[in-house]
Design a protein around this ligand. Structure first.
Ligand code: NAP
Length: 530
């Protein structure tokens, strides 16, 4: 079993600069410092990690194509082998209950296995072949073969709110490795021991499979320095990020200002609007109120899909808010993931209550260490449109009810939100079908996932899911950070023209050695390409 060192994993070695600053892991439910002391990475460590990832990526080009499938399966098995040591460390560093931590570990392991399966099966690269026609007039047609190829070293920023499933071995790392990239992970400083345990699981997998040891590296530390150094490093080819709008946007801007800009796939803040139509509320008020409260409280409101803004017909807002308040009051103690998130949330709620036109229905208050009570606020469409701050995420257990007189006003507000991971619509039997259709179209225009008569929290990991959306939800509206399509971020299209068969990637060779489905001259087939 790995004993925590507080160091970074660089090229297979646990390392730290002697002069480094240090930081501590803190138990958010007691405020206690958790040993060991962790070293903050500096720029030189970011450089070494990026160089190791580049060397390993270059070496991996000579490996059999399915190396990443074996690696991902072995990482998944090793994570399970970490057993209670991992679960206990996550619990201490995050205050998440054991059931949630165990469930999230299951999701993380399944995600790794899903991407192992995708890498092993091999058709994710979308191999497409247009064969030559030397007799075409007026010019001969060349042989062209296109597929998706790995980009190279990827910088992955683990999230605070899903320490496992969006952590350093989460969906970004799994999807990037599956496509054949190498990784420099920047661990979230709020759970450094968890990050180090994950890195130990990857190190063992690389050693056991005799793979290039720098395929995965971990650097840790707060204060922006190491993250910025990574994004600026010339060997880094793309960035995966989950966190705040401010952080994601800063990294996106850094990447754009590089001599050679690179893509940043950042999943950031989201207000996840819910539009309740009149019929839906008349028919199902109790179910809707309870569902909303549970969705607001889930994970102490620290889900990126938490409903933040709820549009309610003004004649029904009082009954709904009373029912939600009752359900919120039944919540047990809500401990947030760290003091920083708790303080940000309190500040945001205080600001909310001071905005003109906002009524505080229930005030969110700190209740001890990193704990918080839930909050509920109310405004109208006019103020929602005029006050930009009402469209910002409050990351924690709070929501804003926006009362509307007519649906057109609510839809104008939804348009003003601009981008969100999800958007939900509640419809009843008596709601006008034309309004339903129009509402759905507006919600679709701003969101990556549209939900009818349901709640946005709870994200399936499968082929059809989209966890993305227009800016500010993400920096690339054509991407998802959850599900099998997440692999499409860390790749680029390459076309090979008149390249001899033996020099082509196996997925494009005539004999179809991977036995995958390909598109050949417009037909989907597993046949040879001769
Ligand atoms: P964060 O501040 O964005 O940090 C996430 C990661 O990015 C950390 O590793 C951080 O490293 C790095 N980072 C942030 N800004 C950077 C910069 N300018 N340069 C280099 N690295 C940078 O997110 P957080 O700590 O998880 O939470 C802060 C706030 O973000 C929350 O209060 C909440 O409002 C929001 N949030 C939203 C979501 C969501 O899914 N919607 C999830 C989590 C958080 P450093 O420690 O070095 O800064």
């Amino acid at each position: 079993m790995h004993k925590l060192t507080g160091s970074h994993l660089i090229d297979g070695q646990w390392r730290q600069e002697r002069s480094s600053r240090t930081f501590d892991a803190i138990d958010p439910s007691t405020g206690a410092t958790l040993p060991p002391v962790f070293f903050s990475a500096v720029g030189t460590e970011a450089n070494s990690a990026a160089e190791a990832a580049k060397r390993a990526f270059d070496l991996s080009l000579d490996l059999p194509p399915k190396w990443s499938a074996d690696l991902l399966d072995k990482i998944a098995a090793n994570i399970l082998d970490l057993g209670n040591a991992l679960l206990e460390r996550v619990e201490k560093e995050t205050a998440l209950p054991r059931a949630r931590v165990t469930g999230e570990r299951g999701r993380t392991v399944n995600q790794l296995k899903m991407f192992a399966g995708i890498a092993r099966e091999g058709s994710w690269g979308d191999a497409t072949i247009d064969t030559a026609d030397p007799n075409r007039q007026p010019l001969p047609k060349p042989d062209l073969r296109r597929m998706l190829r790995a980009r190279g070293p990827i910088a992955v920023f683990g999230a605070s709110n899903f320490p496992l499933a969006f952590g350093v071995c989460g969906g970004d790392t799994a999807s990037a490795l599956a496509a054949g990239n190498s990784i420099v992970a920047k661990g979230h400083p709020s759970h450094p021991g968890t990050n180090e345990l994950f890195a130990s699981a990857v190190l063992d997998a690389l050693q056991t499979l005799n793979l290039p040891i720098g395929l995965f590296n971990l650097v840790q530390g707060p204060g922006n320095e190491v993250g910025a150094a990574l994004v600026n490093h010339p060997f880094i080819e793309a960035v995966g990020f989950t966190g705040s709008l401010r952080g994601g946007r800063a990294l996106f801007d850094l990447a754009a200002k590089r001599d050679r800009p690179i893509p940043v796939f950042a999943e950031m803040g989201s207000v996840n609007p819910i539009l309740l139509l009149r019929g839906a509320l008349s028919e199902n008020s109790a179910t809707i109120a309870n569902g909303l409260a549970q969705s607001i409280l889930g994970g102490a409101g620290q889900f990126c899909t938490k409903p933040g803004v709820i549009f309610v017909p003004s004649s029904q807002v009082d009954d709904l808010s009373q029912a939600i308040v009752k359900a919120l009051a039944a919540a047990s103690e809500l401990v947030m993931l760290n003091y920083g998130l708790r303080d940000n949330f309190c500040e945001r709620c205080s600001h909310l209550s001071e905005i003109p036109g906002v009524k505080t229905i229930v005030k969110s208050n700190p209740t001890g260490h990193a704990s918080i009570s839930p909050g509920l606020y109310e405004t109208d469409t006019e103020h929602f449109l005029s006050q930009l701050a009402l469209r910002e995420e409050a990351f924690g257990p709070a929501a804003l009810l926006v009362k509307y007189e007519n649906e057109a006003d609510a839809l104008r507000c939804i348009d003003a939100i601009g981008g969100s991971l999800t958007a939900s619509l509640h419809i009843g039997k008596t709601d006008n079908p034309t309004i339903q259709k129009r509402a759905l179209a507006h919600l679709e225009s701003i969101a990556g996932r549209v939900i009818v008569n349901g709640f946005p929290t709870g994200v399936e990991v499968n082929d059809a899911v989209v966890h993305g959306g227009p800016y500010p939800a993400t920096t690339d509206s054509n991407s998802t950070s959850v599900g099998s399509a997440a692999i499409r971020r860390f790749v680029r299209m390459v076309a090979f023209q008149n390249v001899p068969d033996e020099l082509l990637p196996p997925a494009l060779q005539n004999a179809n050695p991977l036995q995958i489905s390909r598109t050949i001259n417009g037909q989907r087939t597993k046949a040879n390409a001769e």
